[in-house]
Design a protein around this ligand. Structure first.
Ligand code: KG4
Ligand code: ZN
Length: 359
């Protein structure tokens, strides 16, 4: 089975082709970062127009790279939400048009399901057999879920304010680092002392698996004001201050994520008799320091951390193609009336039935 996947829900235009042997036959990703950087964040109108301009070419290039034509495909998958609605329209309408013209099934993929199932593409369906525990950490989301099958997710906890990637980006901006701040902050933290600034660990030790990051962000702002004064230009921070702030912030985030994962493992274990494997997905899963902490946690709990390669943790088309393929082989496809959804929680998906799951 071969599926083309299209991703246009945020600021990456992406088209990829995967097959049921877990091969990524092509994976084209065009970042719009340069277009949004002057505004310090993603501008929805610019994003949608840019997807319009580049998507057709990326699809053509993906097929060329895979040495395939539309006639070789078994289905067309596109992100149908959650995300910036203008961009989602572009990807969905393109996918529906190809599917209509070539008489192929169309699969409406939830972007978060794309992240959730990536480990099954990269690590294999045996290593990432259902059920597993998922920590989804991206710019727009921060959730812990039990993944019980395709379309079958149970939310164990989520953020009550900022997503973790958003917290990285906002904190980095306060420190004068370029957009998007996550990777810059991580780089900066490498030379820093994580113990220099005493920062809070919001939600640590609390019952349940929810997250909160806005208090941590405010605490960093207070530390910055203590160093250079209120509303001062962050360029006044010394390199050492910036590195120590970054390291202290990253350590606090890591502690919080670890604490919440421990709680989720306990819940998961009481339901399934095992505490993992733990799959980490989303852009923040590119953070090496965080991966190291999660690996240590999994080792101590005698389970495994499954982390897809960094390039497949950030937004891409291969994850959408793979989620589409997983759905298609269970007989799940969608009609052309399927809407684009700006919001679409993972625990509200159309999923496989019990008998599908057993097969
Ligand atoms: O999954 P993703 O590509 O897009 C969304 O669906 O949100 O995630 C992007 C987010 C951004 O907030 C970015 O700063 C963050 O992931 N990110 C990182 C790192 N690389 C990307 N955060 C921390 N450390 C990193 N190395
Ligand atoms: Zn994403």
């Amino acid at each position: 089975m071969i599926v083309l996947g299209i991703e246009t829900s945020c600021d990456e235009t992406a088209a990829a082709v995967v097959d049921s042997e877990h091969r990524i036959l092509a994976n084209k990703v065009l970042s719009q970062l340069d277009e949004h950087r002057p505004y310090g964040g993603v501008v929805p109108e610019i994003a949608a127009r840019s997807h319009m301009e580049h998507l057709d070419r990326l699809i053509r290039e993906a097929l060329e790279e895979a040495e395939l034509t539309f006639a070789d495909l078994d289905g067309i998958a596109a992100t149908s939400g959650p995300g910036l609605i203008g961009g989602v329209f572009v990807g969905m309408m393109t996918a529906k048009s190809i599917a209509a013209a070539r008489k192929l099934p169309f699969i409406a993929v939830n972007h978060l399901e794309g992240h959730a199932l990536t480990a099954r593409l990269t690590e294999g369906a045996e290593a990432a057999a259902f059920p597993y525990l998922l920590l989804l950490v991206s710019g727009g989301h921060c959730q812990l879920l039990s993944v019980e099958g395709v379309g079958r997710y149970k939310k164990l906890g989520s953020t009550i304010d900022d997503a973790v990637g958003e917290a990285f980006d906002k904190t980095a901006k306060m420190m004068g680092l370029p957009y998007p701040g996550g990777p810059h902050l991580e780089r900066c933290a490498r030379n820093g002392d994580p113990k220099r600034f005493d920062l809070p660990r919001p939600m640590k030790g609390r019952p349940g698996c929810d997250f909160s990051f806005s208090g941590l962000k405010t605490a960093v702002r207070n530390k910055i004001e203590g160093l250079i004064g209120r509303d001062a230009d962050p360029a006044l921070l010394s390199d050492q201050d910036r590195s120590d702030l970054a390291a202290s912030f990253q350590a606090a985030v890591g502690d919080v994520l670890l604490d919440r994962c421990k709680k989720a493992m306990d819940l998961f274990e009481s339901e399934f008799g095992q505490c993992g494997p733990l799959v980490v997905a989303g852009g923040v899963a590119a953070n090496i320091a965080l991966r190291e902490k999660l690996t240590a946690l999994c080792t101590s709990r005698k389970t495994e951390l499954l982390a897809p390669p960094v390039a497949l943790c950030t937004d891409n088309g291969a994850m959408i193609a793979w989620a589409g393929l997983e759905r298609l082989r269970l007989g799940l496809s969608d009609d052309f009336a399927t809407p684009a959804r700006p919001r679409w929680p993972l625990d509200q998906l159309k999923g496989a039935t019990e008998s599908d799951r057993a097969s």
